[in-house]
Design a protein around this ligand. Sequence first.
Ligand code: AMP
Ligand code: MG
Length: 313
Amino acid sequence: MIISLDRAIELIRNGDIVAFPTETVYGLGADVKNVVAIQKTFDIKGRPADNPLIVHISDIDQVYELATDIPDSFKKLANHFWPGPLTMVLKKQAAVPDIVTAGLDSVAIRMPDHPIALELIRNTGPLTAPSANRSGKPSPTRAEHIIEDYGDKLPVVDGGSSTIGLESTVLDLTSKQIEILRPGAISAEMIENLLKTEVFKSTDHAADSLPKSPGVKYTHYKPKASVNWIHSVPSQFDSKTFYILHSKMSGKTEKNVVTCNGNFDLLAKLLYDYFRTADHLGYSQILVETLPKLSPHPLIPPLKNRISKSVGS
Ligand code: AMP
Ligand code: MG
């Protein structure tokens, strides 16, 4: 159900939950101080309780109410990348409810770069907001995706399509070794250039080590169809398969073949929409063209991460 921003403010203040647009994906907002409302976000999504939430803020000063032992690197990163698709994990203040952090002593915080999200949070205070999809579905990048997942059960403020389309970079600042826990639109290189220090990537860990970010073990990016990589554009397309390509193609009009024509910003923006489209149209298999290894495009690592998680699971 589409609602106005004013109504969303009212609902959050009343202890209800609403979906709202951000530049990454749509979030499912609840007042960070209201554990009953936060529990509703876990329940409606079917989200496992051990997957912590990101707290969304509208003003850097709000960080000091949520976190403690804040390192100098935080200020540099916030001044440079906020509002934007960078979530920073900091040591939590005791006042942050355990349900937010799944019992961890750290809290993940982000300032979204979207006028509706910022106006909402300015009027309600910080909001916990997981991606607004039902657990197990691709994240929503349009209000229609939320209506698809919940019908009339969840009010949503329509802010059009998310401009980035992939979830934020999650960066752990709780230890000396700064580490990317989930790749997103803010790349390791961008962070390294700003801080002049090396950034560790969770992919640097041994494959069998425990993930530091509990949520990354879940494959929440998955469509119903099976997803696999293909190494090149096939000379013939199988009509029972949905193809997501990036190579430039001309004159192809098949409804089961989409390409971003080398535009990886566009691929990121539309990936989850493509996954949902393939499911709607009833395809049981999706083939995705492998991404270029040597491209410096910052969205290649997060695209690879989300697609790989959908493959073979
Ligand atoms: P989503 O809400 O779907 O964007 O997922 C939020 C992501 O942030 C998950 O991968 C969580 O594991 C991660 N996250 C949230 N809070 C923390 C935290 N305190 N420490 C590490 N990762 C976190
Ligand atoms: Mg999610």
